[in-house]
Write a protein that binds this ligand. Structure first.
Ligand code: PDD
Length: 285
């Protein structure tokens, strides 16, 4: 069934939505994006995603294409027009179309703004939440500004394919002997009762789910340590898990063929998922 999508101010059937072949998102990956989840027809943590969009754009010398409130209205209209109960909203802003030149075009070039929905019935009841994920480790071969949410996703895409070829679900990326993050999620381990996840910096994306989960963990008197860890430490940990807007909190049960804990989803990950989903649904807008 054809979706209604948003392109530069217009709501169109997906077949009629087009962007220029000169778009810098297409030619240079000169674009940033956000993915916001929808549960029960409501947006999860829209304010966090809008704030990060603003920051990503700012780091690249771009500005918000419209006020956050107007952007929220676009999200709501797409949810309504496409009858989304559970799913995702993808948003991309590019520097716009200009004749091919590495240098940025003149200020004032119209940005390209695209949004579309993906319906995912039962998004919060995925089998992965019950079974846990198997991950492999791969070198982190991405660029150095992973804190900017750009659409340069070729290496993460290759990482997912490497995982698939190895019979795993995903890959954790390693740099200088330490895990940075998953291909499209933040990575965590639990040792003793302590939740360990890499500190913020330019090496990882500052996950909106990460921020919420760490806040909720601290509020629930759980101990949190923000530092890097190795694959060996993760394999020897009691639990491991990932977070993202599309997977919420999902346990990891195997790393490079070694079982984490007893090889079944851990209690702390399960509790965090429960707390996160409960609170997120309550505050969804
Ligand atoms: N990915 N790290 C990377 C590299 C990511 O691509 C993502 C999100 C995250 C988690 O961020 P958040 O909690 O804000 O979703 C961490 C999205 C879901 C995607 O590309 O589809």
């Amino acid at each position: 069934m054809s979706r209604t999508v948003y392109v530069n101010g217009e709501y169109l059937p997906e077949e009629r939505a087009t962007v220029s072949i000169f778009d810098r998102g297409f030619l240079f990956a000169d674009a940033v994006y956000e993915v916001t989840s929808v549960l029960g027809g409501k947006l999860i943590d829209f304010d966090g995603h809008a704030a990060r969009l603003d920051r990503s754009l700012g780091e690249l010398g771009m500005s918000m294409p419209m006020e956050a409130e107007a952007l929220r209205d676009v999200h709501h209209r797409l949810v309504a027009e496409n009858g989304i109960e559970d799913g995702l909203i993808y948003l991309q802003v590019t520097r716009g179309a200009a004749d091919r030149d590495f240098a940025f075009p003149e200020a004032g070039t119209a940005q390209t703004v695209v949004l579309f929905t993906q319906s995912k019935p039962g998004l919060a009841d995925s089998p992965a939440a019950k079974m846990g994920l198997k991950v492999i480790s791969i070198p982190d071969a991405r660029w150095g500004r992973r804190d900017i949410k750009t659409v340069q996703l070729l290496y993460p895409s290759m990482g997912k394919m490497m995982a698939k070829a190895a019979g795993a679900d995903d890959a954790w990326m390693v740099e200088d002997g330490h895990v940075t993050e998953g291909t499209s999620n933040n990575a965590y381990i639990v040792t003793g009762r302590k939740i360990v996840t890499r500190q913020l910096g330019q090496e990882i994306l500052h996950g909106i789910t990460r921020a919420a989960v760490l806040r909720m963990a601290r509020e629930a008197q759980m101990e949190v340590e923000e530092r890097s860890f190795t694959i060996e430490e993760a394999q020897a940990a009691d639990e491991a898990f990932i977070t993202s807007a599309s997977s919420f909190v999902t346990p990891v049960v195997e790393i490079d063929g070694a079982k984490v804990g007893d090889g079944t989803p851990g209690k702390i990950a399960a509790r965090l998922r429960e707390i996160y989903l409960e609170e997120s649904k309550r505050t969804a807008s």
